[in-house]
Design a protein around this ligand. Sequence first.
Ligand SMILES: Cc1cc2nc3c(=O)[nH]c(=O)nc-3n(C[C@H](O)[C@H](O)[C@H](O)COP(=O)(O)OP(=O)(O)OC[C@H]3O[C@@H](n4cnc5c(N)ncnc54)[C@H](O)[C@@H]3O)c2cc1C
Length: 484
Amino acid sequence: MPDLDGDFDLLVVGAGIIGSRVALEAAQAGLKVALVDASDFGSGTSQSSSKLIHGGLRYLPMGDVALVRENHLERRALLDRVARNLVWPLDFVIPIYGGVGRAAELWAGLVVYSALSGFRHSRANLVGAKRALRLVPDLNARGLRAGGVYEDAQTNDSRLVIATVTAAAGLGVAVRNYTRVVGIEKGAAHVQGTEGTTTVRCKQIVNAAGPWVDEVRRLEDPSCKPGSRLSKGVHVTLPMPPGWRAAIARQVGGSRVAFALPWEDVLLIGTTDAPFDGDPDDVRVTESDLDQVFAEAALSLPAELLRRDRLLYSFAGLRVLELGGGTTAEAPREHVITEGPLGMVSVAGGKLTTHRRIAMDVLGRLSDERARRHRLADIPLPGSGAPPPSPAEVDPSVWDNLLRHYGTEATNLLTYREQHPDALERVHAAAPIVWAQVYHAVAAEWARSVEDIVRRRTTLAVRGLATPEVREKISRAVGAPLMR
Ligand SMILES: Cc1cc2nc3c(=O)[nH]c(=O)nc-3n(C[C@H](O)[C@H](O)[C@H](O)COP(=O)(O)OP(=O)(O)OC[C@H]3O[C@@H](n4cnc5c(N)ncnc54)[C@H](O)[C@@H]3O)c2cc1C
């Protein structure tokens, strides 16, 4: 693995959103960095979130004002400057079926929430039942009294990771997926890739292995005690019903919130929050998870829309939470940073929304002074800029999809036409995803398997379109070894 030869200032273990941002910030600080992931970039928790870049309304009743304020600041930076194509605004309706007291309480909460954002990208409003139904026509109308309306934002989490890894690689970071750290000693780590095992010499290691954080800590110190617990969250996707202009957020017992969100042309519904004691590699969606997601969605949506035969896709992800009592839903969402006996810095937990701040906290704990002195700058990710004009020959829905995923780089995707006459043809008739994206995933985005392409580089899987035929066609188009 020639790219991992040499002496690195920093090796980052795990290329989810946190590890890839740590690598990017460290490279901006002037460090020589390597970033490896045991599987594909973003294939852990970072592909399985609710895709919200949010202030975290539910943290307000928990009194976590500082967290909400920080989340809002990050939301604004990502929306306005850092990831303009990959983060977009989304309105929410909180349906109110109770009495006047509930509405007043909610209104007060929304005003505080909005104020904590400096009233930027965060309008709050209380609307009557009629207006709430105009925003979400499928909302259960029976007993609906009013709706609390507020603004937040959403993203494509997998693509945000790829954009971050791309930015890191652009600054000279040696990036490698399908490369697992299997041993750690002072000044080096042993990594195993598809071509064998090698030793990476590095002054310091950051462990950003998400749900596997304790497993990687044990490579450094086999006797270390667990530092975190896990909680499983499940989402499903359904065909997007027409007319929705907002998402639904509804409290479902304790501090848990169930969402129904228009996202990438599908309806994304979730999520659960249940303790998980198993091996993170084995996290799966079970029938009882599906029962819970559908039952909680039925509090706000009609049965016809929630027929099981409308299910397009489902996925499960693992939150990493601090050890402690209480339910997983009530556990603090802040990240925790620890240092091991050989100097490895481990980071666990936190949010997609605040990933840049978390990365900065990690840099602040490194021994390299350049990292500690480094300050967060709102440098745009690749693609984040004024959108290029739409070319006349490209179908508008295809162009919109290219703009959302590649931003200013969308024009580069058009150059695949020179080698591939089918570059602008759809991979599946039901989605504006074209072959240029498949070719680009392999040529420029480190995709190595069909799953990398259908699940993380494109939205074919979440749209329920990664059929055996589509997988087979992709495998044939970009080479048999992709069929792993
Ligand atoms: C159900 C759910 C919903 C959520 N919704 C939201 C939301 O809407 N908004 C929000 O802000 N946050 C949300 N979050 C939180 C957010 O998704 C996580 O905070 C974030 O994705 C964590 O990223 P990470 O990089 O720490 O971990 P991961 O993405 O899990 O990355 C860890 C990586 O480490 C790699 N790895 C493991 N072991 C090794 C090894 N030995 N060698 C090399 N690599 C290794 C793995 O392959 C993996 O890719 C949600 C989380 C869940 C579970």
